[in-house]
Ligand binder design. Structure first.
Ligand code: SF4
Ligand code: SF4
Length: 520
C-alpha cells in the first residue's frame, strides 16, 4: 500500500499547527492520502498541550524577548520546547487503517515502534514506554500525542536530536534564574537525545531515512515523497489566521474571579488532571469550572463540552459525578489509560474544600487545605495532637535546619518559630520533618501511638504526589500549603525527598493559626 511522505520545510508554530489542522480535517473527509509528515520549527517554539493554559505553563516574557514562538497544539499532553534540534514526525491516516474508533494505548505502541526501529538503525537501543513515550534506559527521547477528526486521526512525536535544556527550562514556567548545574543534571537523568547517546549528531537526512524505513517496515507500506495538494494548501491558508490569533493560542479558559476559585488535582499514569472551580455557594451552583492537564482526551472538544455541561449544575457531588460518568460511559469523553473514577478524584478534594468554606473560612484559605483520612471537620474534631513542619521552611543557615527541633529563637523571616510556638501553646507535639523517610516514620509512630490526628505543612505538589501515601498511612490529618518556590518548581524533588533541598520556603502561619483556633 502506498502512503505519502510529506517533508515540509521549517515553519512557524502557527503554520505547523494550521497545516496539521488542514491535513487532519481533509483526511477525516477522505480527501487526502494517508501521510507520514516530517516537521520542523523556525523560529523556535513552545507548544502547550491542547488542554493546558499558556499562563500556567509558559514564561511569556522570556519567550518574547528571545524570539520564541508560543502556540497551542491540537493534541493533548504537556508543554514542549521545539527548536531546530528536534525533528517532528506525524502519522495522519484513516482510523480504519488500524481498525480503531479512537486512538488507544495499543495504537500508540504500534505507531511508536517504527521510530524505535529507526533509533536502532541509528545505533540507539530504545523502547516504547506506556502510555506514549519512547525511551532509552528510562530516559525519554521522543514524546508523542494524538488527536482525531471524523474518520481520521493524527499521531505525532518529537525526536530529540540535540537538547538545549537551559533554554527549555527558561521558556517553560520554572523559575530557572535559580537553577544551577546540578538541577539541569537531574533533567538529563530523565531525558536524552541522539547526540548524548551517540556522541555525535547524525544528519537530518539520515534520521529521516531511518524513520521512513521504520514506518515502511512496521506498517507494511511504501512511502512516496509528494508535496501538498492544492486543496490542502487552500485549507491551510484559510486556517492560518486563526492559529496566529490569541483566540487559539491563549483562549480565555481562566476563571473570571481567580480569588474565588478552588482547585483539586490528581496525578495518574495517564497524566495530571486539574479541576478549577468557581463555586456559587449562595445559590449552591457551579459558576464556572475548568478542567486542564497533560492527558490525551478524545474527541477533540470533549472537555469543553463537559465543562459546558457542568456549568450552572447543582453543587452536589453526585450530580457532577453523574454528568462526568455519562460522558465516559457514552464515549463522549475518552482518555486513554484513565478511568472515570480516576478522572473524578480531584472532585473529592473540591467538595472537601467546599465543606471547609461552609465553616466560614475564606475561599482563598480553603483552597490551601487538604485533609487526609477524614473530612476537615472530622479531623479537627479529633483534636490533632501533632504538628509537622517541613525543614525547608527553616532558614538555610539555621544550625537546626536538618534537626527535628527548633529553639524558637525569634529570628525574623523564619515562619517555623511562629508556627512552633502556636503549636506548643495548644499542647501539641511539634516536630520537623527532615526527609520523606522521616515523614513516613512520623506517620507510623503516630499510628502506633494512637495519636488522634495531625496538622502538617507541605507544598501542594508534594501532597498531590503523595496523597496515596498519606491515605495508606491511615492517620487523619490536615495538610496546609506552604508559600514560595518549592523544590518541585526547581526540579529538586529528589533532593527534598532526601532532605537536602537547599532553599527556604515560608509557612502560611496565619492560615495555620486559623486552623489551630478551630480545634475544639
Ligand atoms: S526559629 Fe527558625 S531560625 Fe530559630 S531555631 Fe527555629 S528554625 Fe531555626
Ligand atoms: S516537597 Fe520540597 S518544597 Fe515541598 S514541603 Fe517538601 S521540601 Fe518543602
Amino acid at each position: 500500500m502506498e502512503w505519502r511522505l510529506l517533508d515540509t520545510p521549517p515553519m512557524t508554530a502557527a503554520e505547523n499547527m494550521a497545516l496539521d489542522d488542514a491535513l487532519l480535517e481533509l483526511k477525516g473527509e477522505g480527501r487526502t492520502p494517508d501521510t507520514i509528515r516530517f516537521l520542523q520549527f523556525a523560529p523556535r517554539a513552545v507548544l502547550v498541550g491542547y488542554h493546558q493554559s499558556v499562563a500556567e505553563e509558559v514564561r511569556l516574557d522570556y519567550c518574547r524577548a528571545h524570539g520564541i514562538d508560543v502556540n497551542r497544539r491540537n493534541t493533548g499532553g504537556g508543554a514542549i520546547f521545539f527548536d531546530e534540534n528536534q525533528l517532528g514526525w506525524e502519522v495522519i491516516c484513516r482510523k480504519a487503517a488500524f481498525d480503531v474508533g479512537v486512538p488507544t494505548p495499543r495504537l500508540f505502541r504500534t505507531l511508536c515502534l517504527p521510530v524505535v526501529d529507526a533509533l536502532a538503525t541509528l545505533g540507539v537501543a530504545a523502547d516504547f514506554r506506556p502510555r506514549n513515550d519512547i525511551e532509552v534506559d528510562g530516559r525519554k527521547i521522543s514524546g508523542t500525542g494524538g488527536t482525531e477528526s471524523g474518520e481520521a486521526f493524527l499521531f505525532q512525536g518529537t525526536m530529540l536530536v540535540d537538547f538545549d535544556v537551559e533554554t527549555m527550562l527558561r521558556a517553560l514556567r520554572i523559575p530557572v534564574e535559580k537553577l544551577k548545574a546540578k538541577e539541569i543534571d537531574s533533567i538529563k537523568e530523565r531525558v536524552t537525545c541522539l547526540r548524548w547517546e551517540l556522541g555525535r549528531t547524525p544528519t537530518l537526512e539520515a534520521i529521516k531515512e531511518a524513520v521512513r524505513r521504520g514506518f515502511e517496515r512496521r506498517l507494511g507500506i511504501r512511502l512516496v515523497p509528494a508535496g501538498l495538494t492544492a486543496e490542502e494548501l487552500k485549507r491551510f491558508r484559510a486556517r492560518l489566521p486563526f492559529y496566529r490569533s490569541a483566540e487559539w493560542v491563549d483562549p480565555v479558559r481562566r476563571p473570571a474571579r481567580p480569588r474565588e476559585t478552588l482547585q483539586g488535582a490528581a496525578k495518574f499514569e495517564a497524566g495530571l488532571v486539574r479541576f478549577t472551580l468557581d463555586p456559587d455557594l449562595r445559590r449552591n451552583r457551579v459558576h464556572e469550572i475548568f478542567i486542564t492537564g497533560d492527558f490525551l482526551a478524545f474527541p477533540h472538544r470533549a472537555l469543553y463540552d463537559l465543562e459546558a455541561a457542568l456549568r450552572g449544575a447543582d453543587l452536589d457531588p453526585e450530580v457532577l459525578r453523574g454528568t462526568v460518568r455519562r460522558f465516559f460511559e457514552s464515549g463522549a469523553l475518552q482518555i486513554p489509560g484513565m478511568s472515570a473514577d480516576e478522572f473524578l478524584r480531584p472532585l473529592d478534594q473540591l467538595f472537601e474544600k467546599i465543606a471547609i468554606a461552609r465553616t466560614g473560612l475564606p475561599l482563598g484559605h480553603c483552597d490551601r487545605i487538604s485533609p487526609a483520612n477524614g473530612s476537615f471537620a472530622e479531623v479537627l474534631c479529633r483534636r490533632p495532637s501533632v504538628l509537622l513542619l517541613p525543614y525547608c521552611a527553616k532558614p538555610t543557615d539555621c544550625d537546626l535546619r536538618h534537626d527535628k527541633s527548633c529553639r524558637v529563637c525569634g529570628r525574623e523571616g523564619c515562619t517555623v518559630g511562629r508556627a512552633w510556638q502556636a503549636g506548643t501553646e495548644r499542647g501539641m507535639r511539634v516536630t520537623t520533618v527532615v526527609s520523606f523517610e522521616d515523614l513516613w516514620a512520623e506517620l507510623m509512630r503516630m499510628r502506633v501511638a494512637g495519636e488522634p490526628a495531625f496538622v502538617g505543612c507541605c507544598c501542594r505538589p508534594f501532597f498531590t504526589k503523595h496523597a496515596e501515601d498519606f491515605a495508606r498511612a491511615g492517620v487523619p490529618g490536615i495538610l496546609l500549603d506552604i508559600d514560595h518556590t518549592t523544590c518541585y518548581d526547581l526540579d529538586q524533588a529528589r533532593d527534598a525527598y532526601a532532605g537536602t533541598f537547599d532553599r527556604q520556603t515560608e509557612l502560611a502561619v496565619e492560615l495555620l493559626e486559623r486552623v489551630l483556633e478551630g480545634i475544639a
